[in-house]
Ligand binder design. Structure first.
Ligand code: NAP
Length: 281
């Protein structure tokens, strides 16, 4: 039963350790990696995310430049900060923690980040590079899922992959990455007819809809690989995924738990993007 469960905590730790070695080598060559982390306002969830990102930076050996700005920061001030960071040679990556306060246009802010420093992979240039197969930054959660699959020995070439969810940060980049790995890719969404029939064809199912325990054993074929991106709350307020894990477990060949599956990979891949930034462009 053990190898059925894809251990995202373990795999993300391995990646962070590999990155730490890479950063040490870069330091020996006189190259430092640094990430600017910008937080505007007092959103408590965002404060936790930012703290975790800084902790990961510290572990890997990435210098974090921290900008914790008051809620009333104007859009103009934030754009000016990004312009300055775009120019700075001692800053390889820029991350703006979302959501931003309502008076700031998030899209305008993200567009202002130099694509060469877009370690979140959200800039349209990064998205375009991914689509046409050029080097560039990839959105961290789908990039992490590819690592989970590869490091768990899942055969991707020629596999039928079904992604449920078509968001810009998960579903769509996931589709591009799986296509790059020679999967036959289907993207399903809330208008898909006979969803269960579509998911039952999947060798690899990626569930990314944000609905607690939505997918059951009856929705997949025997020995499917199931990746659960969801971060939901069940009826008792407990963290769970989009997949009914207990129901699914006996039928699948591999599955990610929630928590401890996809979640820990996101920060590890952010760290990877920062380290890659040194030599990417
Ligand atoms: P999102 O922007 O809300 O997109 C949800 C997608 O699911 C949409 O494309 C929607 O279809 C589709 N959908 C919703 N209900 C459906 C249904 N009943 N049947 C079929 N498709 C349905 O969500 P997201 O940002 O991609 O996130 C998805 C989940 O992943 C959330 O639980 C989120 O918390 C989690 N997440 C986790 C991580 C992580 O690090 N682990 C990172 C990001 C997101 P339409 O387009 O037709 O509306």
């Amino acid at each position: 039963m053990e190898e059925k469960i894809i251990d995202g905590k373990f795999i993300s730790q391995t990646i962070k350790d590999e990155l730490r070695d890479r950063v040490n080598k870069l330091k020996e060559e006189g190259k430092e990696v640094s990430l600017a982390v910008i937080l505007v306002g007092n959103d408590s969830a965002s404060q936790v995310y930012v703290r975790n990102k800084k902790k990961a930076c510290e572990y890997v050996g990435i210098r974090s430049l921290s900008y914790e700005l008051p809620e009333e920061t104007s859009e103009e001030e934030l754009l000016k900060l990004i312009d300055d960071l775009n120019e700075r040679e001692d800053c390889q990556g820029i991350l703006v923690q979302l959501p931003l306060p309502k008076h700031i246009d998030s899209e305008k802010v993200l567009l202002r980040i130099d694509p060469k420093k877009d370690v979140d992979g959200f800039h349209p240039v990064s998205v375009g590079n991914l689509s046409i197969g050029n080097p560039g930054f990839v959105s961290c959660t789908p990039a992490g899922i590819i690592e989970l699959l590869k490091r768990s020995g899942v055969e991707l070439d020629g596999a039928n992959a079904v992604i449920v969810g078509r968001s810009n940060i998960v579903g769509k980049p996931m589709a591009m990455l799986l296509l790059r790995e020679n999967c036959t890719v289907t993207i399903a969404h809330s208008h898909t007819r006979n969803l269960s029939e579509v998911t039952s064809r999947a060798d690899i199912l990626i569930a990314a809809i944000g609905k607690p325990k939505f997918f059951k054993a009856k929705d997949v074929k025997e020995n499917a690989v199931v990746i659960d991106v969801g971060m939901d709350r069940d009826e008792n307020g407990k963290l769970c995924g989009d997949v009914d894990y207990e129901d699914m477990l006996p039928k699948v060949s591999k599955i990610t738990p929630v928590p401890g599956g996809v979640g820990p990979m996101t920060i590890a891949m952010l760290m990877k993007n920062c380290v890659d930034a040194v030599d990417l462009f």
